[in-house]
Design a binder for this molecule. Structure first.
Ligand SMILES: [Fe+2]
Ligand SMILES: [Fe+2]
Length: 236
């Protein structure tokens, strides 16, 4: 049975940081990391869909961070640009260079080969490309130095808005249409084997317990913005 905190996720050990150089400032924001105590160390099997969907959970939490920055921009409130830059780095290194790469290398080609949901796959791929361009723009504009110019502030707000507008339907469609259909186009054996492939990729890229460290990084950014405490969102 799957544990509540499966340990397949592996992340950044110092030896593997090279491919994720820009993530270093993000890591610096987080408190010293330790693996959650209720995680097991090995032997967990996570299906490809569960794996991808919890990565969407990370994406969603970064979208909430983008929401908060958009709110502050619209209200003309100042903010610490380094928090937004760190959020954009998580999108770049965890979502775009890892999660989306899995979709592009392991899922999309199989849908094309099966002749299923090909139009959807084309659209999702085009959105990945558009997202990367927006992330580059958000990352660049997220420094306080550039935000003193009103035009840059407007550009940043537009880029955040465009990213949010695209990614919420993007991930919702993947969760409800693409991932559920994936089981039907591969054999049970291949489906399980892909879980293993995902694990290997993750180990190669991030090292030990990476998913949970990324979640911790996101939580650290949420705390800096004052949006971490869930109880604040209960209607009064
Ligand atoms: Fe995607
Ligand atoms: Fe996705």
């Amino acid at each position: 049975m799957a544990d509540a905190h499966p340990s397949r996720r592996k992340f950044l050990q110092s030896s593997s940081v090279a491919s994720a150089g820009l993530l270093i400032p993000t890591l610096a924001l987080a408190s010293p990391q330790k693996a959650p105590s209720d995680q097991t160390k090995s032997g967990e099997d996570i299906s490809p869909a569960e794996d991808l969907m919890r990565e969407h959970g990370v994406l969603n939490r970064v979208l909430l961070i983008y929401d908060e920055h958009l709110r502050r921009l619209t209200a003309k409130q100042t903010f610490d640009g380094s928090v937004l830059a760190s959020a954009a780095d998580i999108i770049r290194h965890f979502v775009e260079e890892y999660h989306e790469k899995l979709e592009e290398d392991f899922l999309f080609p199989r849908f094309r080969k099966a002749g299923k949901l090909v139009t959807l796959v084309d659209t999702l791929l085009a959105q990945h490309k558009a997202g990367r361009a927006l992330t580059a723009q958000i990352r660049e504009l997220a420094s306080l130095a550039t935000l003193k110019y009103v035009s840059d502030t407007d550009k940043l707000a537009d880029a955040l808005r465009a990213f949010l507008r695209m990614y919420r339907p993007h991930e919702a469609r993947e969760d409800t249409v693409l991932f559920p259909a994936f089981r039907s186009i591969v054999s049970p054996h291949e489906y399980d084997a892909l879980g293993e492939d995902f694990e290997k990729k993750e180990d190669e890229r991030f090292g030990d317990e990476g998913f949970f460290k990324i979640v911790d990084q996101v939580a650290t950014l949420e705390k800096k913005l004052g949006i971490y405490d869930l109880s604040q969102f209960i209607p009064k």
